[in-house]
Design a binder for this molecule. Structure first.
Ligand SMILES: [Zn+2]
Ligand SMILES: [Zn+2]
Length: 631
């Protein structure tokens, strides 16, 4: 049986529920049924539910393009039907999916009482309405991703069709065996990459780069287990370069398959990857991949929401769960074979509510092995509580302002920057004087992407922004820095707080500020996020008193570090050791095996042995390049 025969087999079943359908197509992991009959498209609730149950696949019914209203007509109808107070800002049509996306300031008014308005739009125009909230801050990245998908819709359709045929190919073997090969990010932080193999499929989870090391920068593809041509799917858990930075490289070398990630991860990862290529360009280095490869990744991306079960290979189903680390970050639950084996890979996770996000999920339908991060898994990794961290931050800022200094906070553009912005916004003019906060680097663009996906933010923050009309990101004391002159003025000017990328002082404006603020003991350099071994940030944090900098003309000079250097780890997006242990105690169901990763060697090993003693299950702290049988 080929995948075409599989499709024929599905058609026979579909006929029972939707007798007059026009065509059936694979669209990535979904099966799309097209019908030219209005009544089949609009009144199919129960039929569709029963059909999905019988087929056990994600299924969607679409109106054949010939019966949908022309887009101008549909647009006029929507504008007439939706009350003015909803403040529609944009209506866009996705003819591939037969979807109309309505962006409005008050989405509730577009939906109508009990969904009445939406239902009317669907019935009259035969387009599927999808209502989104107008983002309070526009993002250039999101706009260009959407433009690209619109422009290349034929190409994307072709990719989705091929992906669908591959996912739904018939299986050869009955019994599955599951093997895990560690290609990067084990007993180290950076270049995370896992390869999961069954008799049928090959799935890669995360594919990152290590920005702190030039020797161990990329995952190890030189193992016999890895074969690019046989790769079925790539899963990306979140948009940090140590998890997503190497994905375009796969496309450059001929990968044709899908990459599964949440929508915020797709948008944030695109922003970071484009920046990575730009920086390499500016530094005169040969980039490892180009914008063309990033575009290919965008067109092959299949966005998934949390808790949505999806076939990604003939014998592998993927479900994302919130991991509480950054916007859109996910834990990956993989269900292999027919209920045979279940794995959770936590990615980076935070088991505590933060200002930005809800804490990580800890309940799964089934679970045998969990692969867990160990960034702060060492016995000495005692993190200050949120409360203590905030008090520490307040005292520090007041001290530095009183002595007329400046505070430089290097931050990752995604995650910590937004968390610290909310913390500062709450303090300014209350617990600390209302001084200016300068924001330099890609932080503002990342913040705009955050407001594009409000459904992924914490309930408290959503309530604040959308119901109380108070958006902390738009605080009047925050100033975006966009020129070298502005930077000079800040450095020469009055006491202030500077938040700048990169977060580990590996290039970017944070390094420029440090060079010029370093000499003055009144100033303070404050670390709020994890510093990877090998980065300048890590060296300064460890207590180095000077380092060699290179200026634009390639001239070297010594930078003396006379400024105060402080670290507050309590704002971290990673779980502390006690949060990791708390997570494993709460985790349901209890796993048979725990594998540690994403931590320095001693921490991965120590955490594994502590878990073995306290949680009483098999544990392992593999190195890179190990292959394990899981079942
Ligand atoms: Zn991360
Ligand atoms: Zn990470």
């Amino acid at each position: 049986m080929s995948s075409v025969d599989v499709l024929e087999h599905y058609k026979d079943i579909i006929k029972k529920y939707i007798p007059n359908f026009d065509s059936v197509e694979f669209e990535g992991p979904e099966i799309a049924v097209y019908s030219k009959r209005r009544e089949e498209v609009v009144a199919n609730g129960d039929a569709l539910k029963n059909l999905a149950k019988e087929i056990r696949k994600r299924i969607v019914i679409r109106a054949h393009p010939s019966i949908r209203s022309p887009s101008e007509e549909a647009m006029a109808f929507i504008q007439r039907e939706v009350p003015q107070e909803a403040e529609i800002s944009k209506i866009t049509f996705d003819s591939n999916l037969g979807e109309v996306i309505i962006a409005a300031k008050k989405p509730g008014l577009v939906i109508g009482k009990g969904g009445f308005t939406l239902k009317t739009i669907r019935e009259k125009t035969l387009w599927r309405p999808n209502v989104v909230r107008t983002p309070p801050i526009e993002s250039k990245t999101v706009d260009s991703v959407r433009e690209l998908i619109k422009k290349e819709k034929e190409l994307q359709k072709k990719y989705l069709l091929a992906i669908g045929h591959r996912i739904h190919r018939p299986m050869l073997y009955k019994n599955t065996e599951v093997r895990l090969t560690t290609l990067g990010g084990f007993r180290e932080v950076g270049r995370t990459c896992l390869l999961l193999q069954t008799k049928e499929s090959n799935v890669m989870i995360d594919c990152g780069v290590n920005l702190g090391s030039s020797e161990n920068e990329f995952p190890r593809f030189d193992v016999p287990e890895f074969n690019l041509d046989k790769l079925d799917a790539v899963i990306v858990t979140h948009a940090h370069m140590d998890h997503c930075g190497f994905v375009p490289y796969l496309y450059k070398w001929g990968y044709h398959g899908p990459v599964f990630m949440t929508q915020p991860t797709r948008n944030l990862a695109t922003m970071l990857q484009l920046d990575y290529v730009d920086i390499a360009d500016k530094e005169g280095k040969d980039p490892i991949y180009t914008k063309k490869d990033i575009k290919r990744e965008i067109l092959s991306a299949i966005p998934l929401e949390y808790n949505e079960v999806t076939d990604i290979a003939p014998d592998v189903k993927l479900t994302f769960h919130n991991s509480g680390h950054i916007l859109g970050s996910a834990m990956a639950h993989l269900h292999i074979g027919d209920g045979n084996y279940n794995i959770v890979y936590t990615g980076d996770f935070k088991f505590q509510r933060t200002k930005l996000l809800e804490p990580a999920s800890y309940k799964f339908p089934r679970l045998e092995t969990i692969v867990i991060e160990s960034t702060y898994g060492g016995p000495h990794d005692v993190m200050q509580s949120r409360h203590e961290s905030e008090r520490h931050l307040v005292n520090l800022i007041i001290d530095v302002i009183n002595r007329k200094g400046k505070i430089l906070i290097p931050v990752l553009a995604v995650g910590r920057a937004q968390e610290i912005m909310i913390v500062l916004e709450e303090m300014l003019g209350k617990r600390i004087p209302d001084i200016p906060v300068f924001i330099d680097g890609m932080i503002s663009e990342a913040t705009a992407i955050h407001t594009t996906h409000p459904e992924y933010l914490s309930e408290e923050l959503r309530e604040k922004i959308f119901h109380q009309g108070h958006n902390p990101f738009l605080c009047e004391s925050f100033h975006q820095v966009d020129s070298q002159n502005a930077r000079d003025d800040i450095i020469e000017g009055d006491p202030c707080i500077i938040m700048a990328t990169s977060g580990m002082l590996q290039g970017g404006p944070s390094v420029q500020y440090l060079e010029r603020l370093a000499d003055n003991p009144k100033n303070c350099l404050l670390f709020v996020s994890y510093q990877v071994e090998g980065t300048l940030g890590r060296r300064v944090q460890k207590g180095w008193k000077d380092y060699t900098a290179v200026d634009d003309k390639g001239k070297r000079h010594m930078v003396r570090l006379n400024l105060q250097v402080e670290t507050i780890e309590g704002f971290s997006g990673h779980s502390s050791r006690s949060q990791i242990m708390g997570y494993l105690r709460k985790l349901r169901p209890k796993p048979d095996r725990v594998i540690t990763c994403h931590g320095e060697a001693t921490k991965c090993v120590n955490l594994a042995s502590t878990i073995h003693q306290r949680v009483k299950c098999e544990t392992k702290a593999p190195k890179n390049l190990e292959t394990m049988f899981l079942n």
